[in-house]
Design a protein around this ligand. Structure first.
Ligand SMILES: Nc1ncnc2c1ncn2[C@@H]1O[C@H](COP(=O)(O)OP(=O)(O)OP(=O)(O)O)[C@@H](O)[C@H]1O
Length: 332
């Protein structure tokens, strides 16, 4: 079943098109990462879903509720962590959670939620005016969890959190997902998205440029995976960049590092090195989501052959930033 269905959603602010006919759907129980650079339209999308903004075109439903006509009913069933949560200075943490419960007309034990988001007990009865950014973010999360929402919509949930806070947030998202909650969250922190999301959509200039599981995004595009081969000694002038699928190579001491575009190229690299040196170690890493994101979000030419979010595919022209010699045929 679909929890979020977005159909041709558009938003214009005067002359500026912030969202350009977005189509997207999120299944019930899915954790969907909504990625994009600054100004891509992530918050605009979320604010439209919540009924805080009116669309210029298109439509959307969340849990079957139309976002324009049924936003009140909808907001009772979902939990929201807004982009710029700003607590009421004089209310304590407990009072915030109680207030959020009143708005939804549900009963809640604030202590359970405050404990769950890792706000330490000594802060529960303190005015939120003195909270650090991380504490504010934890409080916002506690408020979002009020009423055991069926859908959680989180706009940059990790902003202000330290690494421990981010790890706890990931754990919380996993627990919610295991409980059947649909989670839709925007982020530009790729490791966070990679760690918890079932699917990712990459938004650039108000439109989705790619969508899929991490593996699909990796498989459907040409990303460069690092391959390090440590040998006894690298022969003078040794070069691999004539091999298909080797985008670049460098040598440091006795380690030869290549960026390769497919698994076949890795085997070829190892064969070639084996002919000229004694291999001591091989370290092979998958392409990072970071690199993949850069290719889409920054319009890197290697991304142009990737499968688009609508399933169509452009032609790759064969050049990449680092690659003079690498084959860059699109695999999508
Ligand atoms: N109220 C507004 N009036 C005019 N332009 C706006 C308004 N809100 C957003 N925009 C513009 O719309 C575009 C999309 O902004 P939006 O905040 O949705 O992007 P975002 O992906 O959430 O960015 P960020 O990661 O920086 O929060 C940007 O160009 C932004 O400047």
């Amino acid at each position: 079943m679909t929890a979020i269905e977005i159909d041709g959603l558009g938003k214009e602010y005067g002359d500026l098109t912030a969202l350009d006919g977005l189509d997207l759907s999120v299944e019930t129980g899915e954790v969907y990462g909504f990625l994009g650079p600054n100004g891509a339209g992530k918050s605009t999308t979320i604010n439209l879903l919540l009924g805080f903004l009116d669309p210029s075109s298109g439509s959307a439903t969340v849990l079957g509720h139309d976002i324009e006509r049924e936003s009140r009913a909808l907001r009772r069933r979902i939990g929201v962590l807004p982009e710029a949560f700003s607590p009421y200075e004089r209310l304590t943490a407990r009072e915030h959670v109680k207030y959020a419960a009143d708005l939804k007309d549900v009963a809640v034990d604030p202590d359970v939620l405050l404990d769950r988001v890792g706000l330490t007990e000594d802060a529960w009865d303190r005015s939120a005016g003195g909270f650090s950014t991380g504490m504010e973010q934890r409080l916002a999360l506690a408020c979002a969890l009020v009423g055991d929402p069926e859908v959680l919509i989180l706009d940059e949930p990790s902003s202000g959190l330290d690494p421990r806070g981010m790890a706890e947030l990931r754990e919380l998202i996993r627990e919610e997902a295991a409980d059947g909650t649909t989670v839709f969250f925007s982020s530009h922190i790729l490791s966070e998205v990679e760690a918890v999301c079932d699917r990712i959509g990459i938004l650039v200039d108000g439109g989705l440029v790619a969508e899929g599981t991490i593996d699909e995004l990796r498989d459907g595009t040409e990303t460069h995976s690092p391959l390090d081969v440590r040998v006894d000694a690298v022969p003078e002038g040794f070069d691999l960049t004539d091999l298909d699928g080797v985008a670049s190579m460098s040598v440091e001491d006795s380690t030869l590092s290549a960026l390769v575009t497919d698994a076949g190229a890795k085997i070829e690299v190892i064969r070639r090195v084996d002919q000229v040196a004694e291999i001591r170690d091989v370290i092979s890493e998958p392409a990072s989501l970071e690199a993949l994101f850069d290719r889409y979000a920054n319009g890197d030419s290697a991304a142009e052959g990737m499968e688009d979010a609508d399933g169509s595919s452009d032609d790759a022209d064969g050049s990449t930033e680092e690659a003079d010699a690498g084959s860059t045929e699109a695999t999508a």
